[in-house]
Design a protein around this ligand. Structure first.
Ligand code: COA
Length: 272
């Protein structure tokens, strides 16, 4: 299963690329001339790529990355604002059109990793924060310049920002619109690991491979349970945690994991 041949596709006129290699899905934001700024078409393309990788049983983990060496994503495409986001009503519609894709990423059933080099700003920070794990190159820069543009950053983004860096850093970043470098991002918990640019991709793939070799149901259980921990206690779905726990303990993979340990060999997990 993990030796799936390499498959490529593209969406949004080639501005969203999708690849699958060896159980790992890769989505690339491919608009390097605009520092990978996200248009609505790119949000829609991202949604299509996420859906396809979600529904492909061979894909165990998804990496999100930016094309070129300058940016992960430099935020929403500001050139669309005059037409698509010029007042509250237009902004509501703009937000509605990307909401389904944001929700898809927020509730994605498979593990996601943001592999970040260069600028990661505004909506790019949202994409990175909605991913499960963030690995960054030492030249990356992070910021949410909403206050410099007069934009109210939405609930999803701020919820994730506060849960990652705490309310004080969230306020400092939001009130000033400042950019911080990779070492500061690492120190405040915005990213999990920082590497020299030349090592970034291999390091990200190493994590993705480790995930792809582990038991998918056990990873799903961790993902579901951590998501519930982050909710207010009244909103937690404890039944979902129980159900995935039962699915794990009754799974063929749990039997395989036990057997492989006793037989001193690597387990071959099927995800069931
Ligand atoms: N939307 C639309 N176009 C963007 C963009 C964005 N978010 N970010 C960059 N671009 C475009 C620039 O307009 C420029 O286009 P041009 O070549 O036609 O002039 C091109 O990308 C390169 O950007 P430039 O500013 O020349 O590159 P830089 O390396 O000096 O700076 C950034 C890169 C990302 C720091 C800078 O472009 C910037 O601040 N972008 C806006 C970031 C932002 O406010 N994001 C939040 C949006 S809600």
């Amino acid at each position: 299963m993990l030796d799936t041949p390499h498959k490529s596709k593209s969406y949004a006129d080639g501005k969203i690329l999708q690849e699958i290699t060896g159980g790992i899905g890769v989505i690339t934001f491919n608009n390097p001339d605009k520092r990978n700024a996200m248009s609505l078409a790119m949000w829609e393309g991202l949604g299509l790529a996420l859906t396809e990788l979600r529904d492909d049983p061979d894909v165990r983990v998804v990496i999100l990355t930016g094309a070129g060496d300058k940016a992960f994503v430099s935020g929403a495409d500001i050139s669309q604002f005059e037409k698509e986001r010029h007042n509250a009503q237009a902004s509501e519609e703009y937000s509605r059109r990307s909401a389904a894709q944001r929700a898809l990423l927020a509730d994605y059933p498979k593990p996601t990793i943001a592999c970040i080099r260069g600028f990661c700003l505004g909506g790019g920070m949202l994409v990175a924060m909605l991913a499960d794990i963030r690995i960054a190159a030492d030249d990356s820069q992070f910021g949410i310049p909403a206050a410099k543009l007069g934009i109210a950053y939405g609930y999803d983004g701020l919820k994730h920002l506060v849960s990652l860096v705490g309310p004080s850093w969230a306020r400092l970043l939001m009130y000033t619109g400042m950019r911080i470098d990779a070492s500061e991002a690492l120190r405040i918990g915005l990213v999990e690991r920082v590497l020299p640019d030349g090592e970034l991709w291999n390091a990200t793939m190493e994590i993705a491979r480790a995930i792809s070799h582990n038991a998918p149901l056990a990873i799903k259980a961790a993902k579901i349970t951590i998501a519930q921990v982050l909710k207010d206690s009244g909103d937690r779905d404890m039944a979902a945690i129980k159900d995935i726990g039962i699915a794990c303990m009754d799974s063929e993979d749990f039997r395989e994991g036990r057997r492989a340990f006793m037989e001193k060999r690597k387990p071959q997990f099927q995800g069931r």
